[in-house]
Design a protein around this ligand. Sequence first.
Ligand SMILES: [Zn+2]
Length: 286
Amino acid sequence: MARRGMTLIELLIVIGVISVLLALIFPALIRVRNQAQGTICIQNLKTLSLAWLLYKDDNEDHLVGGEVGKNPHDWVQGPMGTGTFIERKKEGIRRGALFRYAGEMVEVYRCPADQRKLELGRAAYRSYSIAGGANGEGWQNTFVQARKYSEIHHPATTYVFVEQDDPRGWNKGSWVLNPQGKTWVDPFAIWHSRTRSTLGYADGHAEMRRWVDSSTIEMCRKRELFYPVPPSEGQDLRFMLSGFPQKTTEAQHARAGFRLPWRFASTEMHVRQKRSAPQLSGNSYN
Ligand SMILES: [Zn+2]
């Protein structure tokens, strides 16, 4: 008996069924992948935050340097050694002051959701930066950096590590904001479901934060510095302002909390537009 092949209609039905199945399975797979990446990222920042605590335990309360390659005691150095861009960046991590406290694992410095390694000309490896107020880079004298752990008053709500997608190709200097300002200075990275970032805290814990303002998402997507916040928004900026590490007295900390929420002054927007080129880092390793 001769075997009959599939008719075109049957073939189209089969293709249709397969498409429907794939459409059902793919979002589930993406969800699982996103969850796994989030878990690893939180674990990475927990490891780095604990390493950051161990460093000060070993160094009479002094914090590890929060800049990149400016001082020998900085948590990471700039790209160095030989090899590919990525290899040189990994070597800079290995020579950083935090490496031995982080179990000598270069992998914990990279978020698995960070896609920059695959982008031409943006071969970044390290996904995380230290907030400038934690013994890092300043910003136009708008805050005093904490040099010692005892200068940070609320470690459980003060973040140290931020996910950063530096528009200059790799994360230079520190992640900064202006504690007296009403606009952002540096954008951060939202690699998790395009709405979330992980933060590592001064008490050694890490958590993921979902951003709520559309201007925050837009800033991160565009990787733009000095991003304005419309008057109807500001929840994300207020959150980051309240947890920014810096040297404060207990009274100053309370006053900073009291100051929020604020309203925008037109002069602030004017100052932002007049500001000259970003001065995020005096270092260059490229
Ligand atoms: Zn991440």
